[in-house]
Design a binder for this molecule. Structure first.
Ligand code: MTE
Ligand code: MO
Length: 383
């Protein structure tokens, strides 16, 4: 494969794999802005970045279970009503490095920043499908049935040199409230090459793997996509399953991501002085479920303090409220008084109509002793 035409990238990105290019920003930079700047947004690729230079001739083939195949040019996409949707994109492999400390996980190692929040501009897939004769649905709870498959221009080794692809249920694709976009803008700028120029799919609330970049065709198919990334990757198994006894067909592909919270203002192990410390980070849940609460503990999880949550400054965040961005993360912050070497933990609770789930808990170990300057002995030994 040809990696001679890769675009320029921001020097502060932490590179997890050079070819294909996989990189994430430092965690401290990530939670400092609600909307992640494009150049700091994580980049997750499975092959070389495609080059599309004739934008007039670029088009997406729409085929499969429809009357007559159609060609969708960029001018056709721009004729559809334009929406700006603020949505957090998260790779299913986010925090894989930490997971591997418990049990070795295969795949590119990621710290906590394989995630970003952007304002995606483009047409709704539901509008396009309606235009070609597939009516809108306002309920996406049904499972099974037809899928809409997105096929890319890029080539990757997992597909034996074929294109990257994925699918979502037709019921989600035709639901205008699911906000599935054919996006040509990111944060008000035309999409850049790394993020899918000229056109990509954005499936809000769902693992990043389904948001196919560099769209080449859209196929209406009878059942879910049979590609590698739907069938042989991005599935969750119990601890009894390993690489030698895995039966992929026993699990469904991951779609909505689970609730997640991460402390970004501290590293996993860090030396700080005792006293007031502001702890901040992000919390997010898939499926459009808001974040009901974020709690922080400074005693390893024995007692908890509620952190404040925000999206836009000055607007109080309320999960499931009309003033919040339902597909986007919240940033949290709490100031605590740290007395001694301790373990700081954050946990998020997402909003769900009938239950509250606290699913993922993450620990930030902090060793304070090392940095305390003791005026009596001049070293830290007496602590
Ligand atoms: N689309 C194509 N065509 N090729 C890819 O390798 N990677 C997917 C998805 N779409 C991928 C793709 C994965 S796994 C993720 S997490 C997101 O794109 C990452 O999007 P980003 O690079 O814009 O952050
Ligand atoms: Mo991903």
């Amino acid at each position: 494969s040809d990696y001679s035409q890769e675009p320029p990238r921001h020097p502060s990105l932490q590179i997890n794999s050079k070819v294909p290019f996989n990189a994430e920003p430092p965690r401290s930079a990530l939670a400092s802005s609600y909307v992640t700047p494009v150049d700091l947004f994580y980049k997750r690729n499975h092959g070389p970045i495609p080059v599309v230079d004739d934008i007039e001739r670029y088009c997406v083939d729409i085929c499969g279970l429809i009357g007559t195949p159609k060609k969708l040019y960029m001018r056709d996409v721009r004729m559809l009503p334009k929406y700006n949707v603020t949505a957090t994109l998260q790779c299913a492999g986010n925090r894989r490095t930490a997971m591997s400390k418990t049990r070795k996980v295969r795949g590119v190692g990621w710290d906590v920043s394989a995630i970003g929040n952007a304002v995606w501009g483009g047409a709704k897939l539901a509008d396009l499908l309606e235009l070609i004769g597939i009516p809108k649905l306002t309920c996406s709870t049904q499972s099974g049935g037809k899928h809409v498959e997105f096929v890319s221009i890029d080539k990757c080794k997992e597909e034996n040199g074929g294109p990257y692809k994925a699918s979502i249920p037709l019921s989600q694709a035709t639901n205008p409230e699911a906000d599935v976009l054919l996006a040509y803008e990111m944060n008000g700028e035309p999409l850049n090459r790394d993020h899918g120029y000229p056109l990509r799919v954005i499936v809000p609330g769902v693992i990043g793997a389904r948001s196919v970049k560099w769209l080449d065709s859209i196929n209406i198919i009878a059942e879910e996509c049979q590609g590698f990334f739907m069938q042989k990757d991005y599935k969750m198994f119990p601890p009894s399953v390993d690489w030698d006894n895995i039966n992929w067909s026993t699990r469904r592909p991951q779609m909505d991501f689970p609730v997640q919270s991460v402390i970004c203002s501290l590293e996993d192990v860090q030396s700080i002085k005792p006293g007031k410390v502001t702890i901040s980070g992000y919390a997010v849940s898939g499926g459009g479920r808001g974040i009901e609460r974020v709690d922080v503990s400074i005693d390893g999880g024995k007692t908890w303090l509620e952190a404040s949550r925000s999206q836009k400054t000055g607007v109080p965040y309320i999960a499931d409220h009309v003033s919040s961005d339902k597909w986007a993360w919240v940033l949290f912050e709490v100031t605590v008084d740290i007395p001694y070497s301790t373990e700081i933990v954050a946990k998020a609770v997402h909003f769900f109509p009938f239950h509250f789930h606290a699913v993922r808990i993450w620990n930030a170990m902090i060793n304070i002793r090392a940095l305390v300057i003791c005026s009596t002995c001049g070293s830290c030994k007496c602590m």
